[in-house]
Design a protein around this ligand. Structure first.
Ligand code: AHG
Ligand code: MN
Ligand code: MN
Length: 322
């Protein structure tokens, strides 16, 4: 049994980054406990307020955000934080070198129906003299992430992360309250017969995406020559975890419902951290037109179109967009 702390000691040379990942798990264990208690903890339902992106917040979006925020504010390594649920970045400790960005609860439409949700995080190094309260400090391409990961709250609670040296998974052992190593150096299978996309948006996609998905649906009679299966959990953490485990392609492409937004998902809290994990595991992550992690962000809450997963299947999708 290898505990997270010991794995980090042996595996991650940067003690500050180890401390951030380990420290974040204090909040994530608390979130896991509250999710587990569900209605008994009075945490289900809507918070009856909107976040900065105009989305209706769930009580647990707010609770999770507050728990992670309090946790990060207590870490000397952390200069500032940015959250999907916060309008502006928040300064933490002036002497800290790192910026932590997070989606406190991903897939929150699943909370009230007792389906898997997650927490996603991304760590950047602050530039010399950067201000933790200033949006500009956070506008770095995904390639500059020094760590990324997620905690999945499912039948078991898992931590999956990368510090740029492979992707590793840990299971929370509730008997001892510690994450223990489940699998190291995860690799995404290069080929797959499984895709994930919200088909209800089909008519709003670009013609290129419509053509690709139409061919997926043609199965062995179509140009892709195989019969595909489909999954849609509406929780990116759960979809990416499935893909890291058995391969697949996950897409939330541009659609014309909100034509001015490049996509639904957020670049800094969802696109970049998940791209780092997928690429570290040998998969690919693209907008369909460019590598997600090469995008130079212009706003902290900016959106992105997402096509990621098994390398050969992402290549198939990209051929339709070339
Ligand atoms: P969040 O709960 O943080 O707002 O993110 C939900 C995201 C993502 O996890 C999921 O893949 C997608 O939104 C689901 O969207 P639809 O409800 O449009 O299918
Ligand atoms: Mn999310
Ligand atoms: Mn969220």
């Amino acid at each position: 049994m290898l505990r997270l702390r010991h794995f980090l000691d042996e595996h991650c040379e940067n003690a500050d980054i180890s401390g951030i990942i380990d420290g974040l798990m204090v909040a994530c264990k608390d979130i896991a406990y509250r999710l587990h208690m569900g209605s008994l903890a009075g945490v289900l339902g809507s918070a009856e307020q909107e976040n900065v992106q105009g989305e209706c917040q769930k009580k647990l979006d707010v609770i999770s955000n507050d728990l992670i925020k309090a946790c990060l504010k207590g870490m000397p390594q952390v200069k500032g934080l940015a959250s999907e649920e916060e309008p502006d970045p928040v300064a933490c400790n002036e002497s800290g070198r790192y910026l932590v960005l997070f989606d406190p609860l991903d897939g929150s439409s699943n909370i009230d129906v007792n389906v898997t949700v997650g927490t996603i995080f991304s760590v950047l190094e602050a530039a010399e003299g950067a201000d933790g309260a200033h949006e500009q400090s956070y506008l770095q391409a995904g390639q500059r992430q020094v760590a990324a990961g997620y905690v999945l709250y499912g039948p078991s609670t898992l931590l999956v992360f990368s510090t740029g040296n492979g992707v590793h998974a840990f299971t929370l052992d509730p008997r001892i309250g510690e994450f223990v190593l489940q699998r190291r150096d995860i690799q995404v299978p290069a080929t797959t017969k499984e895709f994930a996309i919200n088909m209800s948006n089909q008519r709003f996609w670009l013609p290129e995406m419509q053509a690709y998905v139409a061919d997926l649906l043609k199965g062995e009679e179509g140009p892709l020559g195989k019969r595909y299966n489909m999954r849609w959990i509406a929780s990116m953490v759960a979809e990416i975890h499935r893909i890291l485990t058995r391969g697949g392609i996950f897409m939330y492409p541009y659609d014309s419902r909100e034509p001015n937004k490049p996509g639904k998902l957020r670049l800094m809290y969802e696109g970049n951290p998940m791209s780092m994990l997928i690429e570290q595991a040998g998969g690919k992550a693209s907008t369909a037109f460019e590598n997600i992690m090469e995008i130079e962000p212009t706003a902290i809450h900016q959106r992105v179109s997402v096509v990621m997963g098994s390398a050969e299947e992402v290549d198939n999708a990209l051929r339709y967009h070339a």
